[in-house]
Design a protein around this ligand. Structure first.
Ligand code: 3PG
Length: 414
């Protein structure tokens, strides 16, 4: 078995010629207000793995997800298939079925070099439940699909922090490997996490508030983060926990998303590590149809907070100048609306003006960096948002752990 550094099989360990491969990717992408995919970074990033599998003589069936049930971006993968086709060298077929008769027939009739994209795995309820791999291996998804394939390849680094059946079930029942993108991410981030220079600052934003709170509960006690600078929705949670004014409109948004239940955890983090957690000193709200910047005391009850203000950017920029390593995940504001991209842009401009080693997670920040023309000054872009931070904070990643288990259970070809 050829495994120089990674504790699981990679694509180098298998012969793919004439084999049917089930490939899990993460093409979960930002969807704009009109329902279109607004950034194709993740879609593009899996092309190398897919094209290599085609070149090696495999047929490739692709398993992926988009959004979460109930969210506005929870959609079919039809539009993804069109974007993916632009980067894949063979004709790509899409079926709006996951493991039903249509999908199974389509898989059975595949020939060498064929590529098939299956439907959003999260349309199927068992996919949305985190359980141990032994349980996920018995789900219907795995029971129906596994017998149709010889090898499972996981290229979905960006969702490797989840314990869902499409990620952890298959490696329990069949020979499995990490794909090229997953391999690259794990290798690069391992080098970084073993030698990240201090002070190390985390800038957390974006929409996945409970994930970020959980990460702060690891990053702060372990000392991995010297400081955490908060933006976006998580900053509203901490402002509320500090007893600061965010206005009724923002409180209503927080309540609607069920985020108030996180308040005790935010309060506890502030109590223990308050001096290492920074929250906005000013914000941008939507007032009378326009961007309106104000200190917190001036936030109106009918004006939701959608970005950080200039004063916050300056204060955060001063901190970034002192850092040796900066990890940034998630945008600072509601960037789907062009009036609220300024905070994220200003923070990125500040970051590239410092000497800190910079690591960015998630598609949004990459898209903004490219638009600003500063992408080449960023040290590394990970396709992972939550996965990127989870990996760096040293927490276990279920989808990687199970690849290790699989390598112990099954022999590779080489
Ligand atoms: C991501 O965008 O971070 C991954 O696709 C995982 O998505 P999730 O947070 O909805 O599980």
């Amino acid at each position: 078995m050829k495994r120089d550094t990674l504790p699981f099989y990679t694509m180098d360990n298998f012969v793919f010629d004439g084999k049917k491969v089930l490939l899990r990717v993460d093409i979960n992408s930002p969807i704009d207000n009109a329902g279109n995919i607004s950034d194709e970074t993740r879609i593009r990033s899996h092309a190398e793995t897919i094209n290599e599998l085609i070149d090696l003589g495999a047929s490739v069936s692709i398993l992926a997800h988009q959004g979460r049930p109930g969210d506005a971006d929870f959609t079919t993968l039809e539009a993804h298939s069109k974007m993916l086709q632009k980067h894949v060298k063979a004709p790509l077929k899409y079926v709006d079925d996951l493991f039903g008769p249509t999908a199974r027939e389509a898989i059975k009739s595949m020939n060498q070099g064929d590529v098939l994209l299956l439907e959003n795995a999260r349309f199927y309820s068992e996919e949305n439940v985190e359980k141990v791999p032994e349980v996920q291996a018995k789900t219907f998804l795995v029971r129906y699909l596994a017998p149709l394939f010889s090898i499972y390849v996981n290229d979905a680094f960006a969702t490797a922090h989840r314990g869902h059946p499409s990620l952890t079930g298959f490696p329990m029942v069949m020979p499995s490997a990490g794909g090229r993108l997953l391999e690259k991410e794990v290798e690069f981030l391992s080098t970084v996490s073993s030698g990240s220079s201090k002070p190390c600052i985390f800038v957390l934003g974006g929409g996945k508030v409970s994930d970020s709170v959980q990460l702060m509960e690891t990053l702060l006690p372990t000392g991995m983060a010297d400081k955490v600078l908060l933006t976006g929705m998580i900053s509203h949670l901490f402002l509320i926990a500090q007893g600061k004014k965010v206005g009724r409109a923002t409180l209503k948004i927080m309540e609607g998303k069920g985020l108030n239940s996180l308040l005790p955890r935010a309060e506890s983090l502030l109590k223990k590590y308050g001096e290492r957690i920074m929250t906005p000193v000013d914000v941008a709200t939507l007032k009378s149809g326009a961007r309106y910047e104000t200190g917190l005391s001036g936030v109106g009850d009918d004006a939701p907070i959608y970005d950080v203000g200039e004063g916050t950017v300056s204060a955060y920029c001063e901190e970034l100048k002192k850092a040796k390593t900066v990890m940034m995940r998630g945008p600072a504001g509601f960037i789907e609306d062009p009036r609220f991209t300024r905070g994220s842009e200003a923070l990125l401009r500040c970051l590239v003006s410092t000497n800190a080693k910079s690591l960015l997670g998630g598609g949004h920040l990459r898209a903004i960096s490219e638009k600003l023309g500063v992408a080449d000054k960023i040290g590394y872009f990970s396709t992972g948002g939550g996965a990127f931070i989870t990996f760096l904070s040293g927490e276990k990643m279920p989808a990687l752990e199970v690849l290790i288990t699989s390598a112990k259970k099954f022999k590779s070809d080489k």
